[in-house]
Design a protein around this ligand. Sequence first.
Ligand code: AMP
Ligand code: MG
Length: 329
Amino acid sequence: MSARILRWREGDNEKLLKQAADILSHGGLVAIPTETVYGLAADATNGEAVARIFAAKGRPRFNPLIAHVADLAMARSCARFDARAERLAQAFWPGPLTLVLPLAEGAPVHPLVTAGLGTIAIRRPSGPSAELIARFGRPLAAPSANPSGRLSPTSAAHVAEGLGESIDAIIDAGPCRVGLESTIVSLAGQAPRLLRPGGLNAAQIEAVLGERLLAPETVSGEARKIEAPGMMSSHYAPRAALRLDAARVEPGEALLAFGPALPENAGEAVATRNLSPAGSLVEAAASLFAFLHELDRSGAAVIAVAPVPRQGLGAAINDRLARAAAPRA
Ligand code: AMP
Ligand code: MG
């Protein structure tokens, strides 16, 4: 498969918007031009579509993605805005500012977008991508449109070079105006914190807030990891302990299965979920957070987890399972 190039022409994009929205509504991936860098977008409500982002980028872990919205109303359906968030959105949206806010009840966003967190990173871009999101009617999850570990793309040609064979379409609207990732500010805690410096100057943000931004944690490697919540080793662990690569179910355990072949005593599990009876890693990635929650609610002290293959998306699934199984402080 080679990505279709959809060329943006000012004032004449009806057909392009329809094509791109069609691809997205079928769970496909479209690279979108924003003022920061090109993003790799999927329907944020569709877990399998979001899982394909991780597969296409070859990301080894499920770190949270930025939800891109068309307007403030869509933003408010995703996140709880306080007065500070309202002020920043008024001042800088559309633009290169991402806000991390408490996730709204019933937000139209799959848990894989937020890596199962109670917070969401949200941004309102300008230009073609805003028009596409408005047309699509739902938020788009989008990290930068480059293979994991490579430079962020600031042109359609960069995207084609890195991901041209693994995504459905690229909207080409020329080079990105800012060319740097968005600045990320968290308002989820007491004090506003700069999580990532980027295309919007921190001093401008502080001027609107009337207070200083706490610095990104730079004290040590460990502290920095905690700032990116998806990285915390036991982050979002269930209450139950996880027993990985389980071939059998022990008495009292719940079972998280994968694939058509269940452990021979699977019937003894107090509760069972199968990440993908057909053995699809995309389906498994999309189910992972919800099923861990559900099995946790079964009250079992231990969740036995069947082996999940480690290739492709399986690497990220196993990474997340290993973190959930890690001993907690
Ligand atoms: P990228 O995938 O390059 O667009 O970067 C997204 C950035 O947003 C990463 O640094 C994430 O750790 C950060 N991020 C996304 N969601 C959250 C969240 N809920 N809380 C804190 N940081 C987040
Ligand atoms: Mg990136």
